[in-house]
Design a protein around this ligand. Structure first.
Ligand code: F0G
Length: 366
């Protein structure tokens, strides 16, 4: 195939990479920012925590173009929206979907409306929505209220909804599972991830099943999802009217893909579990300091979850008798820089010293 210079410069993105598994035709205009192909990082310290010769890998979705896994679904959803002649996108969001939708709308040259719970969006994510030029509406309500409003506005056909209730979003997000199998050579034994609106666990499970049915992989992983303890509708099997957590990305009380998440968990013989905010923040800090991977608090729920599986008698799925040499993948969904607030407190400890070698030596503790 002949490539023009501009095509050569453009990295391919997940739709081009996996088009035979996605609902695209040669005439679909692909709106891409070069998302996907994120690193699957072997983590020696995490592997040691699990023991029994197990290997733990972190799928670092924070290095996508807007810093979260949402870009995989957004390239697909916005490409299909453009194919159908869309003029505007709309979404409800806890932050990352809005950042991603705003970026891909800008890329496509169409407008984007984002409906957000006022005061509950991490600083970096809100900043992104402004930077990419979205029309931002902050409501006096939570994510579940925002999604209810978006569903109604989307019925009017003025807007294409790009939340994960749009099946194109789920299709695009399946590509993360494809990438993992492509790197490992088969599906992992366990896959751990945070759960909010439950689109991602649905997408991963669909991706693993697609590859299995095409005989690209021979097994399916056990899916284990983690919700924040005070925002855990699936775990408690009831709608949470006022969800609360410092992991604002997963502050959701009535997930749209609730049923699909339960199916993924049941079919994979997996589990849904909860982690406390304290444990998520401790895991965030541990992962940054022990493995060099800085993620946002919601993403750290997967790591706190792994620790719970290893250490706690209350774990929904204990790893104490995990088969030896199991391969475990934890998806970390968003970059740590998106949500600086929990860390900013610690920077207050920084004191100025005089600009002399001696003062600096003393400050280092030499
Ligand atoms: N991790 C991060 C960083 C997220 O932003 C989200 C969801 C999740 C995990 C959970 O994924 O909803 O597919 O179960 N964020 C959505 C948003 C709700 O609006 O950005 P899920």
């Amino acid at each position: 195939m002949e490539w023009t210079t501009s095509e050569l410069r453009q990295s391919r993105g997940v739709v081009e990479c996996y088009r035979e598994f996605l609902p695209v035709s040669p005439s679909t205009p692909i709106v891409s920012l070069g998302e996907g192909n994120t690193p699957l990082i072997y983590c020696p310290q995490l592997s040691k925590r699990v023991g029994r010769g197990c290997e733990v890998f972190v799928k670092n979705e924070g290095v996508n173009p807007t810093g979260s896994f949402k870009d995989r679904g957004m390239t697909m959803a916005v490409s299909k929206a453009m194919e159908r002649g869309a003029k505007a996108l709309i979404c409800a969001s806890t932050g990352n979907t809005s950042a991603s939708a705003a970026a891909y709308a800008a890329r496509a040259g169409i407008s984007c409306i984002v409906i957000l719970p006022a005061g509950k969006i991490a600083t970096g994510k809100l900043l992104q929505a402004f930077a990419y030029g979205a029309k931002i509406i902050a409501i006096d309500g939570n994510f579940d209220d925002a999604l209810r409003i978006v569903r109604e506005l989307g019925d009017g056909h003025e807007f294409v909804i790009v939340n994960s209730i749009n099946p194109d979003r789920i299709a695009g997000q399946k590509t993360a599972a494809f990438e993992i199998v492509d790197v490992l050579g088969d599906a992992p034994d366990f896959h751990l991830l945070p759960v909010g609106n439950a689109g991602n666990i649905t997408a991963y499970w669909a991706g693993y099943r697609d590859y299995r049915s095409h005989q690209i992989s021979t097994t399916l992983p056990t899916m284990i999802g983690f919700q924040a303890a005070r925002a855990a509708p699936i775990f408690y099997n009831r709608i949470v009217e006022k969800p609360e957590t410092i992991a604002s990305a997963i502050r959701i009380g009535n997930p749209a893909s609730w049923k699909q998440a339960c199916a993924a968990i049941a079919e994979s013989h997996g589990a849904i579990d909860i982690v406390s905010d304290e444990d998520a923040l401790a895991a965030q800090s541990w992962l940054a300091k022990s493995e060099g991977i800085f993620v946002e608090p919601a993403s750290a729920a997967a790591i706190a979850g792994l620790f719970k599986c290893c250490d706690s008698n209350e774990a929904a799925h204990s790893f104490r008798r995990i088969p030896e040499a199991s391969r475990i993948v934890c998806t970390v969904t968003g970059h740590g820089l998106k949500d600086p607030d929990p860390i900013t407190q610690r920077m207050k400890q920084l004191n100025k010293v005089d600009a002399t070698v001696n003062d600096v030596r003393r400050a280092i503790g030499l």
